[in-house]
Design a protein around this ligand. Structure first.
Ligand SMILES: NC(=O)c1ccc[n+]([C@@H]2O[C@H](COP(=O)([O-])OP(=O)(O)OC[C@H]3O[C@@H](n4cnc5c(N)ncnc54)[C@H](OP(=O)(O)O)[C@@H]3O)[C@@H](O)[C@H]2O)c1
Length: 351
C-alpha cells in the first residue's frame, strides 16, 4: 500500500515533536509538510526544533523546510496530503483547523477548541469509535469536504480508558486527583524555577476539560447527537516534577456494591478490537505490585499507548472502589492518540 502523506501543524512544539518522532517509519503515513509559527517559517526543521526527545531527530524531517499555515494548499504537493495532525495552541488552531477541513483535509486534532462542539467527534477508538458517525453530520451541517476529529485532553484520556470497562457495573460518580507531568504544559510551559522542589495545585482549564470530556466520550450516540454519560466527574488537577507520564488517583462509586476482584477482572479482560500499528493489544495493563504504576517504570507500557492501572482497593465510601491510573501524556495523551485515530479512520474508509 502506498503511504499517505500527512502534515503536522505545530511540528516544533512538545506534542509536534512527538508526532515527528512517532510518524518516522510509520507503515501507513509519511511526512508531506511541517508547519509552525512565523518564527520558524522558511528554516529547516533541524534549525528550529529544540529537539528534546531521547531518540535522534528523524533525518527526513530534519531536512524539511517549515511552511507557513497561511499557504496551506498553495503548493502543488499539498494536493497529495490527506491528513493534518494538529498540535497548535488553541487560539491559533481554531481558524487553521476549520480552514483545513473546508479545503478537504482530514484534521486529527489534539487541541481543545473544537472537542466539545456537538458535531465534532471526540474519540478514543477503544471507547467510542461509533461516535465517528458524527463525521457525516459535521460535513452536512458545515458543507466541508474534509472534517475535524479530536482526541481528548491528556488527563481525560487516561481516566476515560480506565472507566470504560467499569461502565457495565453502573457508575454513579467519579472523583479524580491528578499528578501531571511538566511536558503536558509544552516546552516553554512551566518555568523550572516554579516546578523544581514543588507541586502546583492549578492547571488552567484542566479540571473543566476532565469533567466534561469524560462524559462526552462515555456518552451514547443517539441519532445525530451524543447524550452524555449520566453521572458527574469531579477533578482536582496538579502539576508535579515529573518529565512525562500523568498519574491519577481515582475513586468510582457504583449504583450497587462491586468487588475489588470484579473490577480487577474487568481491567484484565479489556481488549482492543483494533489491529493497527498504534493500537496496543492491551489498552489497559493491570499491575498487581503494591507500589505500581509509577511514571518512570510504566509510562512506556505498550509503546506509550497503554494505560497502567494498579492499587485497586476498597474506596471507603458507599459502593466505592479506588485505584491509580497512569499513562504517557504526549503519546497516549496526545500525538499517539491522534495517530491511532487516523489509523482507524483509514481502516474504516474515512480517508
Ligand atoms: N503537551 C501535552 O502533553 C498535550 C497533550 C494534549 C494536548 N495538548 C495540546 O496540544 C497543543 C500543542 O501543545 P504543546 O504542548 O505541543 O505546545 P508548544 O510546545 O508550545 O508548541 C506549540 C507549537 O505551535 C506553534 N505555534 C505557536 N504559536 C503559533 C502561531 N501563532 N502560529 C502558528 N504556529 C504557532 C509553535 O511553533 P514555533 O516553534 O515556531 O513557535 C509550536 O510548533 C495545545 O493546544 C495543547 O493544549 C498538549
Amino acid at each position: 500500500m502506498a503511504r499517505i502523506k500527512v502534515g503536522v501543524l505545530g511540528a516544533t512544539g512538545s506534542v509536534g515533536q512527538r508526532f515527528v518522532q512517532l510518524l518516522e517509519d510509520h507503515p501507513w503515513f509519511e511526512f508531506g509538510a511541517l508547519f509552525a509559527s512565523e518564527r520558524s517559517v522558511g528554516k529547516r526543521y533541524r534549525e528550529v526544533a529544540k529537539w528534546f526527545l531521547p531518540s535522534e531527530m528523524p533525518e527526513e524531517a530534519a531536512e524539511m523546510v517549515i511552511r507557513s499555515m497561511e499557504d496551506i494548499g498553495a503548493s502543488d504537493s499539498d494536493d497529495d496530503i490527506r491528513i493534518m495532525f494538529s498540535a497548535l495552541p488553541g487560539q491559533v488552531a481554531s481558524n487553521v483547523e476549520k480552514r483545513c477541513a473546508e479545503a478537504g483535509y482530514v484534521v486529527c486534532s489534539n487541541v481543545s477548541v473544537h472537542r466539545m462542539e456537538k458535531d465534532i467527534p471526540l474519540v478514543i477508538p477503544e471507547v467510542n469509535a461509533d461516535h465517528l458517525a458524527l463525521i457525516e453530520v459535521q460535513q452536512s451541517i458545515r458543507g466541508w469536504d474534509g472534517f475535524i476529529i479530536t482526541n481528548p485532553n491528556c488527563s481525560a484520556i487516561m481516566l476515560t480508558l480506565s472507566l470504560k470497562p467499569l461502565m457495565r457495573f453502573g457508575i454513579q460518580g467519579v472523583q479524580v486527583s491528578t499528578m501531571q507531568a511538566v511536558s503536558g504544559a509544552g516546552y516553554a510551559g512551566v518555568p523550572s524555577m516554579a516546578i523544581l522542589d514543588n507541586v502546583i495545585p492549578f492547571i488552567e482549564r484542566e479540571e473543566d476539560k476532565m469533567e466534561s470530556e469524560t462524559l462526552k466520550l462515555l456518552g451514547t450516540l443517539e441519532g445525530s447527537a451524543i447524550t452524555n454519560a449520566p453521572f458527574t466527574v469531579c477533578a482536582s488537577c496538579h502539576r508535579v516534577m515529573v518529565m512525562d507520564g500523568h498519574t491519577e488517583a481515582v475513586w468510582v462509586t457504583f449504583e450497587e456494591p462491586v468487588g475489588v476482584d470484579e473490577v480487577k477482572q474487568a481491567f484484565r479482560d479489556f481488549r482492543s478490537d483494533f489491529k493497527t500499528p498504534f493500537a496496543p493489544e492491551k489498552p489497559i495493563i493491570l499491575r498487581e505490585e503494591r507500589d505500581r504504576p509509577q511514571p518512570k517504570l510504566d509510562r512506556d507500557a505498550g509503546k506509550g499507548m497503554s494505560v497502567s492501572v494498579g492499587r485497586v482497593r476498597d474506596g471507603r465510601m458507599k459502593n466505592a472502589i479506588k485505584y491509580i491510573a497512569l499513562g504517557h501524556n504526549t503519546i497516549r495523551g496526545a500525538a499517539g492518540a491522534s495517530i491511532l485515530n487516523a489509523e482507524v479512520l483509514l481502516q474504516r474508509g474515512y480517508v
